[in-house]
Design a protein around this ligand. Structure first.
Ligand SMILES: Nc1ncnc2c1ncn2[C@@H]1O[C@H](COP(=O)(O)OP(=O)(O)OP(=O)(O)O)[C@@H](O)[C@H]1O
Ligand SMILES: [Mg+2]
Length: 228
């Protein structure tokens, strides 16, 4: 579960990126986070992943109070989160298998569990049999599927994707969203940040809208509007 209570974030240079957000995301939800450029979406994501800390207010993620979490507890929290980035962030010199296996190794997974689990997540994202390929041998959409497989490999309870379709053509973008929807149906909470209104409106999902660091809408796809 993710909970924001009166959260403010002011960056060191004085930019007020988040200005009084209250938000609850329950286990198992699928949520789109939308809003104009600079409205604070990525800041909100970074508050959830612990990359940055709130200036005031409370951020709770999977039972951890992010304002009080101890450094040594961070790896445990991070294991409950799978993060997908716009630019995939795959390691070009490693095979697909190694890219995904790496995420398991850093959390100390037993070696014999790695191969079957990597094969399972590759199957789940619809790319069985590409374990021995290299990232640059795949299309942008396929690379993003690999990034999603990697985010899933440690069985997180929440997947957070910040503009996962930002570098992908519209048809492939829809497939990526459908994949995230399917992952959500298997029980994982999904939070997707996106600019793409048309894409959001093809789904009937919860849409949280932020503008200038404030929550300005919370409803179901197709019923919101905002100025770019
Ligand atoms: N590290 C930082 N230091 C100072 N200001 C920052 C920093 N990161 C972001 N900001 C500012 O905070 C505000 C919110 O930025 P943020 O990246 O959260 O927006 P966003 O909604 O993700 O935008 P986009 O849609 O363009 O990705 C912007 O005014 C931005 O310039
Ligand atoms: Mg952003």
């Amino acid at each position: 579960m993710i909970k924001f209570k009166e959260v403010y974030k002011t960056y060191e240079n004085g930019t007020k990126a988040i200005r009084g957000i209250n938000l609850d995301i329950d286990d198992g939800e699928f949520v789109f986070l939308v809003g104009p450029s600079g409205s604070g979406k990525s800041t909100l994501v970074k508050l959830i992943t612990g990359e940055i800390c709130a200036t005031s207010g409370v951020v709770e993620v999977n039972g951890y109070d992010m304002t009080r979490i101890k450094r040594r507890q961070m790896p445990k929290l991070r294991r409950t989160l799978g993060v997908v980035f716009q630019d995939f962030r795959l390691i070009d010199k490693k095979t697909i298998f190694e890219n995904i296996a790496f995420a398991m190794r850093i959390v100390g997974a037993p070696t014999k569990e790695i191969r079957p689990r990597v094969e399972y997540v590759l199957d789940l994202v619809g790319l069985p049999g590409c374990a021995d390929s290299y990232p640059l041998e795949l299309s942008g959409g396929e690379q993003q599927r690999i990034a999603i497989a990697r985010a899933l490999v440690n069985n997180p309870s929440v997947i957070i994707a910040d503009e996962p379709t930002g570098n992908i053509d519209p048809a492939r973008s829809l497939e990526i969203m459908r994949l995230l929807e399917q992952i959500n149906e298997l029980g994982t909470t999904v939070l997707v940040v996106t600019h793409e209104k048309e894409l959001v409106n093809r789904f009937a999902k919860r849409v949280v809208v932020i503008d200038s660091g404030r929550l300005v809408g919370d409803g179901v796809s197709g019923y919101y509007s905002y100025e770019e």
